[in-house]
Design a protein around this ligand. Structure first.
Ligand code: NAD
Length: 358
């Protein structure tokens, strides 16, 4: 099969890690008989330096004409003094909006070999962790009506949480579809004991569940969910939630894994199109020094193969190659934790994982 991929390396370690992920994809292409055609475009600080804007129209056009987007990371101290809407990070919101990416998928995984990196006790984390958070990305309070007004107690400001049935249905469907490929459990997170919008959320998710009789649906209030994630994270499989609750819970879940350099993510729209990127930022402190862990980006590519291209075997081959890398005792600096392991740089890590693809 043939696929067109727009590559947005971005800033800092973005180019370092996307380069290694492309290496892995090319190897997958060779072994499994696919052609991946890459077109590199600029966004973030790199685009500001070249075009004087963080998200040129050409970048959007190339992304739209592709089957999927691979993004590194954007931002860095060089551009920190710019006003908010001109900063590199504004390119991310612009891309999500113009590409209609309404579902953010963040797995929180702990590979068995790295279980000791989790800040949770071994008896809680067990032999690993494998949760996926499905967060609504283009609605809710971050995009609702907002304003300021005068009240008896002085000046006030407000942001409105508003969800339509259509918005809830489409994100819930993504969560249930994902659960069907996993352990068939969905936890829907809301605050329906207080919020009217959450009551609509709960009712709509319950209706969508009727189309997935094999999937077990449980509802949690967000305050309870944040406790349960620490108390017993392995009770979760797929977590489905709103924009703001997802923002907070996905950061909490990523900390449970203890290694930000290992976490991939995807932002999906209708159909199979998606943008895939590591959870970490541009890490300017280690950019270009062959120190960045490329595994989060390599695992993002594994998600791309499975979720956008339906190449399940190929996706698994990448996960297995990462597992073998860890099994054989290789570690990038960020996950070595003082253990006597074979420390690898960015390039060597990419080369080894590429060589383990079979
Ligand atoms: P960061 O994730 O870039 O770095 C946090 C720490 O983790 C640093 O010590 C860094 O060296 C380390 N780290 C991150 N990724 C690593 C990897 N792959 N391998 C080894 N170590 C790694 O977060 P930050 O320092 O808060 O932000 C730096 C810049 O990145 C800022 O400009 C921020 O706005 C931007 N940022 C971009 C994105 C994105 O593009 N999606 C996300 C978060 C932050």
């Amino acid at each position: 099969m043939q696929f067109k991929i727009a590559v947005v390396p971005g800033d800092g370690i973005g180019p370092d890690v996307t380069r290694e992920a492309i290496k892995v994809m090319n190897r997958i292409g060779k072994v499994y008989g696919h052609t991946f055609e890459f077109q590199t475009v600029l966004a973030g600080g790199a685009a500001i330096d070249t075009y004087d804007e963080c998200l040129p129209q050409n970048t959007i056009d190339v992304c739209k004409a592709s089957d999927a987007v691979l993004l590194g990371a954007v931002g860095g101290p060089k551009w920190d003094a710019l006003p908010g809407n001109q900063r590199p990070e504004a390119a991310l919101l612009g891309l999500r909006k113009s590409l209609g990416l309404y579902a953010n998928i963040r797995p929180a995984m702990v590979f068995e070999q790295l279980a000791s990196a989790s800040p949770l006790k071994p008896e809680i984390i067990g032999s690993g962790l494998d949760i996926v958070i499905v967060r609504e990305l283009t609605g809710g309070i971050y995009f609702g009506e907002r304003g300021e007004k005068e009240t008896e107690l002085g000046h006030a400001a407000y942001d409105v949480e508003c969800y339509s049935v259509g918005e809830i249905r489409r994100i819930a469907k993504i969560a249930f579809e994902m659960a069907m490929k996993r352990k068939k459990k969905v936890a829907s997170i809301d605050k329906s004991n207080v919020l009217l919008s959450s009551r609509l959320w709960r009712k709509t998710v319950t209706e969508v569940a009727e189309d997935y009789p094999e999937v077990e649906l449980k509802h949690f209030y967000v305050d309870n969910a944040s406790m349960q994630l620490i108390r017993d994270p392995n009770q979760f499989d797929v977590i489905c939630t709103t924009n703001m609750f997802g923002d907070i819970l996905s950061d909490e879940a990523s900390q449970i894994t203890g290694s930000i350099g290992m976490l991939p993510s995807a932002s999906l729209s209708d159909g199979s199109f998606g943008m895939y990127e590591p959870v970490h930022g541009s890490a300017p402190d280690i950019a270009g020094k062959n120190l960045a862990n490329p595994i989060a980006t390599i695992l993002s590519v594994s998600m791309m193969l499975r979720d956008s291209f339906n190449l399940v075997k190929e996706s698994k081959a990448i996960e297995n190659a990462v597992s073998r890398f860890l099994e054989e005792g290789y570690r990038t600096g960020d996950i070595a934790r003082g253990e006597a392991k074979k420390i690898t740089g960015t390039v060597e890590t990419g080369d080894l994982i590429t060589s383990f693809i079979e």
